[in-house]
Design a protein around this ligand. Structure first.
Ligand code: FPP
Length: 242
């Protein structure tokens, strides 16, 4: 099991600092049970709660999940509103729990099309964020698209009178993930093996882990398996093995 004690263990057993997850398979999970797709998202939100607590207990510093993409607006109004409702419920609970659990929550994405109610909740969560001194952070990507993020970053850089010379490091400062380490490990459950416009810039050297398990069925044991697979990888960042 990938316990917190492994964080300080030798080469090859280092815990990822940042894990990102494409929470896929909610619809298929519901279909298998003869339930509406929205029931799959509700189960997926529960799985997120469990996995986020587990990652915090392991000592993972950053957990980033893809909750709603810039393309997900193409889904039915009912499905979109169910996902937004789950996010609202989660943020309301978070406002109660964040201080006690000392976990920072950030919402990454273009928040302008969200309802005023959801945006007000996000503002409240972010105000609490600023008061927390913690190394544990959950990022929820909402109306997030990797290409959109890069275009926005370039525009924001261009509009900034204090901008520096355009380098990779400079542009990173204008991404939603400014100041965060890139994901070490990206997990996609449900048997699909693609990036789907998630963290395009940040995933340049991430390790990928795919599993057939559907997201609502994903357990701490599956997280252990993903971390164990990561720990066997040989990360060279384009260099050669020493
Ligand atoms: C992908 O599965 C999942 C989504 C597009 C939505 C994920 C959202 C949640 C789990 C709820 C968010 C709330 C919190 C609190 C994190 P899919 O619907 O594409 O599944 P399918 O491929 O089986 O149809």
């Amino acid at each position: 099991m990938a316990g917190a004690d492994q964080k300080t263990a030798g080469q090859g057993t280092v815990l990822p600092r940042h894990i990102a997850i494409i929470m896929d398979g909610n619809g298929r999970w519901a279909k298998k049970r003869g339930l509406p797709r929205t029931a799959g998202h509700a189960a997926g939100a529960e799985t997120f709660r469990r996995i986020a607590s587990y990652c915090r207990d392991l000592g993972i510093e950053y957990l980033t999940v893809y909750a709603f993409s810039t393309e997900n607006w193409k889904r039915s109004a009912d499905e979109v509103s169910a996902i937004m409702g789950l996010l609202k419920k989660y943020l309301e609970e978070a406002i109660e729990k964040m201080r006690r659990e000392n976990v920072r929550i950030r919402i990454l994405g273009d928040l302008t099309p969200l309802s005023p109610e959801l945006r007000a909740l996000i503002d409240r969560v972010e105000a609490i964020d600023e008061t927390l001194e913690t190394h544990t952070q959950a990022n929820l990507c909402v109306n997030y698209g990797g290409r959109d993020e890069i275009v926005r970053a370039v525009k924001a850089w261009e509009a900034d009178p204090d901008r520096g010379e355009l380098t990779e490091e400079e542009l990173s400062k204008y991404l939603y993930t400014a100041g965060m380490p890139d994901p070490d490990l990206i997990i996609r459950p449900s048997g699909e093996e693609r990036i789907s416009n998630f963290l395009l810039w940040q995933s340049a050297y991430s390790e990928f882990y795919f599993t057939d398990v559907l997201w609502p069925d994903f357990t701490p044991k599956d997280m252990d398996a993903a971390i164990a697979a990561y720990q066997k990888r040989d990360r060279r960042y384009g260099g050669v093995k020493k």
